[in-house]
Design a protein around this ligand. Sequence first.
Ligand code: AMP
Ligand code: GLY
Length: 435
Amino acid sequence: MKILVVGSGGREHAILRTLQKNSLSAAELFCAPGNSGIAQSFSCAPIKVTDVSALADFAEESKIDLTIVGGEAALAAGIANEFAARRLLVAAPTREAARLESSKIFAKDFMTRHHIPTARYRTANSVDEVRRILERGEFGSEDAPVVVKADGLAAGKGVVLARSRGEAMQAAANLLKTSAGEESKCVVLEETLAGHEVSLLLFTDGRDYKLMPAARDHKRIGENDTGANTGGMGAITSASVLDEKTKNRVVREVVEPTLEGARAEGFEFRGVLYVGLMLTTEGARVLEYNVRFGDPEAQAILIRLRSDLAETFDAVARGRLSSVSVEWSEEASACVVLAARGYPEQPEMDARIEGLESADSSDTNVEVFHAGTARDGEGNWIVAGGRVLNVTGVGATLDEALRRCYRRIEGINWEGMQYRRDIGSFGKSELDGKS
Ligand code: AMP
Ligand code: GLY
């Protein structure tokens, strides 16, 4: 089987590596556009992820049997619609299904229609409307926290946890000003939930689904969850992330109603569904849907996959997921993101990365995925993105997986390299509701 993976980060590198490692049927692997690290082992085509017709041309010309999509931009651009129209097999949700991620308002209204538990919310399309809602006290008193979200895709920058009415007004004004496009000229105001966050991902062909090991991620740049939000500085999986009882309840209250609701509304969901949850004292609440793997959640999750990933995605695309078995190791896993100095605001490029070749070595329990690297004129590895490398490990316990990651990191260095040393420890701040 010839497989194309669309994307250019550590997530796509991990998908390709997993296909290479445990998919007997994945004969030839391609990536578009990929990155320098991916290009070491896979054929890369320099096509933008949003240029869905060029991607379909490439798939036709190269006789690709199956396409797998990493990120949301290609999905919102309608890659699944384009491929379907050209009779190309793709394991991804359509543009309509991708609205579960690309429009917060669509997602919230969808959850309301299908009685899926989520934070109480209101939508508004002007600062005046925001003021009226807040002044009516719908989200508590003057100094009560309220969450403000941009409607459209915002690459992790569209959510503000405001600590007061004043902050919420300011945040809404900024989001309304900067958001692009007609559809995005709206914000969602949401009650602030307290609890801890869990991400539950699943493969689905629209009807059947296979759960992945639940994950937790670290969004903030700084240790103890301080500083700016990022795309993700690390993620872990372990049995303790989500107990069986809660998981079963989430399946019943969230996963199944979501898939049924999508079918009822005529946009059967095929691909990877990511449910971001807050586990509150009153039960799990959906914070967000993503219509794809998370990055770096994918890296931590896929390193535990024991069954054939190509076969699974093929079944997702063909609507016959019930006929395959998806198996995971009983281990725990961790992914630690190594980022450039200045990330997330202004990452510094071009520093020379030391220790990568020797680091790509013997311990088979650790993998180093490339997220933002390039080669300079002399063939040295250099920094070429905000998130640069993803060191991912497995172990019998989470501590063992983390030890393996951090040991490998000791051998890697560049001027300004930053990473969190507290991946896997989730402090009290989160339980208090972060600000
Ligand atoms: P979202 O993109 O909607 O998942 O929001 C990004 C992050 O903001 C989440 O992962 C949470 O950490 C936080 N967040 C979002 N909504 C809420 C909420 N209603 N209450 C508390 N925290 C939230
Ligand atoms: N790490 C969160 C995401 O990929 O959306």
